[in-house]
Design a protein around this ligand. Structure first.
Ligand code: ZN
Length: 241
């Protein structure tokens, strides 16, 4: 089985289209979306429609839930809050119902899915470093967990109680280790690489790869400005921060 895993689309349609085109060359059997389909950029409705077409396994991100008042925006910075308020006004009842229906955590035979962290997923904390990863490995019943939220792609590996962090792919999984994989962000990368990020898990070969693809950043920026969203949300796309 080849899984196409992606996260943090954040209403960036040009980036999502580029990632879908890249996935189409990868013989994907099943898509997985790790949350935050909406929030920040200018095409929430189109992104929800495109994601639904992929028929993915889906979980909720903090922006998805904030836009439908499942969580408050107290922890959001003012720019993120403004984007949530704008997005809320764009969505139809059906689109809101779709976001409301997303689950916080999925435990499959092969993997666990959560947007932020395994400890209190509803708090949407950040899993950013090896210390955070150590805590989460203790809570991981299986051996493989896919996350998003930080917009920084990378893989934490626990072997013999030692946690390592890698950003080199493809990775060959080994049976004695556990893995927490951040697939990075489709629509707003923050690792100083502005290319859209996506991940492929091949369960037969036991390999994981995180890849990057160019997309029309200028078009995404133009749409953000035209929508009247904060200019910063447009500028950051060019620098991947
Ligand atoms: Zn996000």
């Amino acid at each position: 089985m080849r899984y196409g895993i992606f996260s943090d689309v954040h209403s960036n349609l040009p980036a999502l289209e580029a990632v879908i085109a890249a996935f189409q060359k990868e013989a994907i059997d099943q898509y997985i979306c790790i949350g935050d389909v909406v929030g920040y950029a200018a095409n929430p409705k189109e992104c929800i429609a495109k994601v639904k077409e992929l028929n993915p396994i889906l979980i909720a991100g903090n922006h998805d839930w904030a836009c439908v008042d499942m969580i408050g925006t107290r922890d959001f910075n003012p720019i993120a809050q403004e984007a949530v308020d704008w997005t809320r006004l764009q969505l139809s009842v059906a689109e809101k119902d779709f976001l409301k229906s997303l689950e916080l955590l999925i435990d499959d035979d092969e993997f666990t899915l959560v947007h932020g962290t395994l400890d209190n997923p509803e708090d949407f904390n950040y899993l950013s470093d090896r210390l955070d990863a150590q805590v989460n490995f203790e809570l991981l019943s299986g051996r493989l967990c896919f996350i998003g939220h930080t917009h920084v792609p990378g893989i934490f590996i626990r072997q013999d109680n030692h946690v390592e962090y890698i950003q080199k792919y493809p990775l060959q999984l080994s049976s004695g280790s556990k893995y927490i994989v951040n697939s990075g962000s489709v629509g707003q990368p923050r690792d100083r690489n502005p290319q859209a990020s996506y991940c492929i898990f091949d369960s037969a070969n036991q390999t994981i790869e995180i890849k990057r693809v160019d997309y029309d950043i200028k078009e995404a920026q133009r749409r953000i400005v035209a929508a009247g969203l904060p200019i910063f949300l447009s500028k950051r796309l060019a620098i991947g921060r």
